[in-house]
Design a protein around this ligand. Structure first.
Ligand SMILES: C[S@@+](CC[C@H](N)C(=O)[O-])C[C@H]1O[C@@H](n2cnc3c(N)ncnc32)[C@H](O)[C@@H]1O
Length: 315
């Protein structure tokens, strides 16, 4: 294994504490930047737990968003074949580059992981595909990170649209967001995000984390979440973008009945009679509500709407 840090420093295992981090940043004239969601994990056991929960092997290509000072990155690089990590803060990118130098399986990028809310930075998937090609047919793609909370939803949501999409995701996110990802029909947390995530993955919460395990402390609880890709489920959705956009529209007015929600979502595309026909064919009555529909029922509904629209366009 490579020696990750120069010999004169303490070994990695004892260094990741609030004191160490604050000193290390202060030495470089830095302080945590709130707008970049810089809440560093200071419990080494949890850094281990994140890496262990992804069950990394040498055939894994790991994507990390938010290198920070590189503590989790080093753990990931110990276990995986290749690690691609991106950091928006140029100062932290510089620090992490020093910490992780001499690790041939780590590629550090500087900049924003997102081009905009709806898209990843342009070159990211190219880097990931290259690393996968180098590893070969049995390569696995993983997203493992202590995510900056302000980009967790668009990042995960956009990655699930990509080809390939991650075989496994193990990330620290706000607990409230984790609850939404695993939520079941009929609960207050069940919404478009639950349906999108559960349409292409199996989702579970690994551990709830108190603010105490971060420095500086965030205001809310966090959770480590694990998502396992279910490619056969994703393959059953003929048009991912149509599905994603329509599900979002269907959850837009949570208090309304399904019929009026579908009518407004399909405005200008299907008329009321056509919507009624689709709903009747699937057995959804006057009092059905979007939030009571299972993921499978929503997939069937969106696909029936898509086909009705396509039929109308060709008639
Ligand atoms: C919660 S910290 C995690 C840092 C480190 N990996 C750890 O576990 O302690 C999130 C990191 O993501 C970086 N970051 C924030 N927004 C980003 C973005 N849009 N693209 C890339 N990195 C970002 C922050 O600067 C910060 O270093």
């Amino acid at each position: 294994m490579n020696q990750p840090y120069p010999n004169e420093r303490e070994p990695n295992e004892t260094r990741q504490t609030a004191t160490y981090l604050s000193k290390r940043l202060a030495q470089a004239g830095l302080r945590p930047v709130t707008r970049f969601g810089q809440n560093f994990l200071i419990d080494l056991n949890l850094i281990d737990l994140i890496a262990r929960s992804a069950e990394l092997k040498p055939n894994d290509v790991v994507f990390e968003v938010g290198t920070g000072v590189g503590s989790l990155t080093a753990k990931l690089a110990d276990a995986a074949g290749a690690v691609l990590s991106i950091e928006i803060d140029a100062n932290l990118h510089q620090l992490a580059s020093e910490e992780l130098s001499g690790r041939p399986n780590v590629l550090l990028l500087k900049g924003d992981a997102l081009r905009n809310k709806n898209a990843l930075r342009d070159d990211l998937m190219g880097h990931i595909r290259d690393a996968i090609a180098r590893i070969g047919d049995d390569a696995r793609f993983a997203l493992v990170a202590n995510l900056p909370y302000n980009i967790a939803t668009p990042l995960i949501s956009n990655l699930l649209h990509e080809t390939p999409y991650p075989d496994v995701i193990v990330v620290t996110i706000q607990k409230e967001l984790a609850d939404r990802m695993v939520a079941q029909p009929g609960t207050k947390d069940y919404g478009a995000l639950s349906v999108w995530v559960q349409s292409v993955c199996r989702a579970s919460i690994v551990r709830v984390l108190s603010p105490k395990v971060f420095w500086p402390r965030p205001k809310v609880d966090s959770a480590i979440i694990r998502l396992d890709a279910e490619p056969e489920k994703r393959a059953a959705i003929p048009d991912l973008k149509y599905f994603h956009d329509t599900v979002r529209a269907l959850f837009f007015h949570r208090r309304k009945f399904l019929r009026s929600v579908v009518i407004s979502a399909m405005k200008g595309r299907l008329d009321k009679a056509e919507v009624d026909q689709v709903l009747a064919s699937l057995g959804h009555g006057e009092t059905s509500r979007t939030e009571q529909l299972t993921v499978t029922e929503l997939q069937q509904l969106v696909e029936a709407l898509r086909q009705a629209e396509a039929k109308k366009a060709t008639s």
